[in-house]
Ligand binder design. Structure first.
Ligand SMILES: C[S@@+](CC[C@H](N)C(=O)[O-])C[C@H]1O[C@@H](n2cnc3c(N)ncnc32)[C@H](O)[C@@H]1O
Length: 216
């Protein structure tokens, strides 16, 4: 399985889970790799994606998981769904928010239960010299990671795989610069944190600190 920048950050994302987490929503789940990881922790996961092929692959790849630990995969566009208010303990968007208008985060924010956490593993275009400097630093690290994973794959017995051979989740180049993402988040996600990650990604975390009700 080749080195994948989104999968690489799964553990970092899982570290953002609130202490008590029973329900989660994965937005743009693709073939469901992250949703399955979440579900294996005992979290009830709803995973949504508008790609029928990706959802079909996600279901196939989840066969054989212990019953009660299978994410609920749903074919759908999150911008058109009416999400339950104040419901989810954890909402994740891995490399998917740039497929939709950024203000979709408003409905995700409102769907968070008190104490709930929204995590966005985002992509951004290189627009400034700082962006380019980060990319330059990422290139050798990326090469080393690719080679390491390739060598490990050769020495490991064959596994069920990632599902990328079953179907590829749709991809799209990001267009909104990081500065603009920060500015929009400032308006919509008070108290958020955002940091750059090495492999052409950023991590945005928003915690719903409201007790009982959400009033923005
Ligand atoms: C680059 S893929 C990432 C897939 C997966 N999260 C991962 O980490 O491998 C982006 C995904 O976002 C999904 N997507 C695009 N528009 C969406 C929307 N409006 N609602 C939910 N998901 C969407 C795409 O179908 C695609 O599967």
């Amino acid at each position: 399985m080749p080195f994948n920048h989104n999968d690489h950050y799964h553990r970092l994302l899982l570290r953002q889970l609130p202490r008590s987490c029973s329900t989660a929503l994965d937005v743009g789940c693709g073939t469901g790799r992250f949703a399955r990881r979440l579900a294996r922790l005992g979290v009830e996961v709803r995973a949504v994606d508008p790609s029928e092929e990706a959802i079909a692959a996600a279901c196939t790849l989840s066969e054989g998981m212990p019953s009660g630990m299978v994410p609920r995969f749903e074919h759908g566009d999150v911008t058109e769904l009416e999400l339950p208010y104040g419901h989810y303990d954890f909402i994740s968007c891995l490399a998917s928010i740039h497929h939709m208008p950024f203000d979709t985060v408003t409905s995700l924010r409102d769907a968070l239960a008190p104490g709930g956490v929204l995590v966005i593993l985002g992509c951004y275009p290189e627009k400034t010299w700082v962006d380019w400097a980060w990319s330059l630093a990422a290139v050798p690290a990326n090469a080393v990671a690719r080679v390491t994973i390739a060598v490990m794959d050769r020495t490991r017995p064959a596994s069920a795989g990632s599902g990328r051979d079953l179907a590829k989740a749709p991809v799209r180049p990001p267009t909104v610069p990081l500065l603009q993402i920060r500015q929009q988040a400032d308006l919509l996600l008070p108290g958020f944190t955002l940091r750059r990650l090495l492999f052409w990604r950023y991590l945005l975390v928003f915690r719903n600190t409201a007790v009982g009700s959400t009033d923005y």
